[in-house]
Design a protein around this ligand. Structure first.
Ligand SMILES: Cc1ncc(COP(=O)(O)O)c(C=O)c1O
Length: 401
């Protein structure tokens, strides 16, 4: 018996793991002190919980405690990294490098910085017809770096097409050239081990709600050795987080983020293997049972997130397909900016036509999905695609009559 609606939108957000909820609960009603209160046990207990969470997070990404800055999520972390570096280091340089397929939480702050006089280069990725669709060529980064380049920002894993970028190689190039590297690792942390030293990352954004933790809490990793990275705070006030991000700490959220990351660390290997199998089977069935199904982004293999599938259904509008399957929650290619009806900038960057981009759906599998839910989704997609195609052909034939 399948419980509907079936949730297959785990790149948009995830259900909070009950073990995370359990860890958070005491911090709402029992241990509710302000972690900044130094004069009583309520504050001390909250501070202890924050310290423990900070240590667990630092350990998970091979950082030290002082390198973790808590924020409200990856959007804020990205803004703090980009604006913080650009404002702080303006005397050193004026140039930032990124990629056309980044999330809007990178592209929009970059656009604003560009309006304020910074020079921004956006690099292209390999298109769908190549052997590495969606990937950035590290050589393109090397070629784009100038004497006045302050920072390169490249996401580790893409939220729409799941492509993993060759960050170790990009990190090596940035280090060699003395340029800072930021990565938006929102879709990567918790899915596979991310080691900031091995990848030579200087700043890294991530968020709890993509990894079975609560919404409204995230972190920015800021390197403090080799080199010490300094940024201008974007939120001033009580001087929390070493003055880098003021505001009363969200203790339940911080505890939840750390618990969620710990669970991912313990379970990522079997979880990714299981989801990879389910995802491959989902695609095989869709491609077998429906005509005109094409994969968007990299092949289903090591260069792609195991729980991501993005494909197009020839001749069908993805938005209509989504709306006609009310009990299967997926998103169209333009998902993360669902208030914006424009076709996905990520799929367009792969060189796909606007029609194919508009005919695309993203299936994001997650920890709580069961095989029978995917079977249910296949039936629902098949039925809806056939219905929409039949409607389309009868509409066009009545039109020509
Ligand atoms: C790659 C990426 N970066 C940033 C964000 C924004 O994260 P948050 O919702 O934590 O602000 C998202 C999620 O929408 C994402 O997928």
């Amino acid at each position: 018996m399948v419980h509907t609606p079936v949730y297959l939108d785990n790149q948009s957000t995830t259900r909070v793991d009950p073990r995370v909820v359990e860890a958070m609960l005491p911090f709402f009603s029992e241990c509710y002190g302000n972690a900044g209160s130094t004069s009583h046990p309520f504050g001390w207990d909250a501070r202890d919980a924050v310290d423990q969470a900070r240590a667990a997070l630092a350990n998970a990404i091979n950082a030290s405690e002082r390198e973790i800055v808590f924020t409200s999520g990856a959007t804020e972390s990205n803004n703090l990294a980009l604006r913080g570096i650009a404002h702080r280091a303006r005397r050193k340089g004026n140039h930032l490098i990124s990629v056309t397929t980044e999330h809007k939480a990178i592209l929009d702050p970059l656009q604003r910085l560009g309006k304020n006089g910074l020079d921004v280069s956006l690099l292209e990725v390999a298109d769908q017809s190549t052997s590495t669709p969606g990937q950035l060529d590290p050589q393109a980064v090397a070629d784009a770096i100038r004497d006045d380049t302050l920072l390169v920002t490249v996401m580790l894993a893409n939220n729409e097409m799941g492509v993993l970028q060759p960050l170790a190689e990009i990190g090596r190039i940035c280090k060699q050239r003395g340029v800072l590297l930021h990565t938006d690792a929102t879709q990567a942390v918790g899915k596979f081990p991310v080691d900031v030293d091995a990848l030579q990352i200087d700043l890294m954004s991530f968020s709890a709600h993509k990894l079975y933790g609560p919404k409204g809490i995230g972190a920015l990793y800021v390197r403090r050795r080799n080199p010490v990275v300094r940024l201008d705070p974007q939120v001033d006030g009580g001087g929390q987080e070493g003055g880098r991000r003021s505001g009363t700490l969200n203790v339940p959220g911080i505890v939840g983020l750390a618990r969620a990351v710990e669970l991912c660390q313990q379970e990522w290997e079997p979880e990714q293997e299981r989801l990879g199998h389910l995802r491959d089977r989902l695609f095989a069935r869709l491609a077998q049972e429906i005509d005109g199904v094409e994969l968007n982004g990299p092949p289903l293999g090591p260069d792609r997130l195991a729980h991501n599938l993005n494909c197009s259904f020839a001749g069908v509008d993805g938005e209509s397909l989504m709306m006609s399957m009310r009990d299967v929650a997926v998103s169209s290619g333009s998902a993360c900016t669902s208030t914006d009806p424009a076709p996905s900038h990520v799929l367009l960057a792969l060189g796909l036509s606007e029609d194919r981009t508009r005919a695309s759906l993203r299936f994001g599998l997650g920890r709580f999905n069961q095989p029978e839910e995917l079977d249910y989704a296949v039936e629902a997609v098949r039925e809806s695609v056939h219905r929409l195609r039949a409607l389309g052909s009868s509409a066009s034939s009545s039109h020509t009559d």
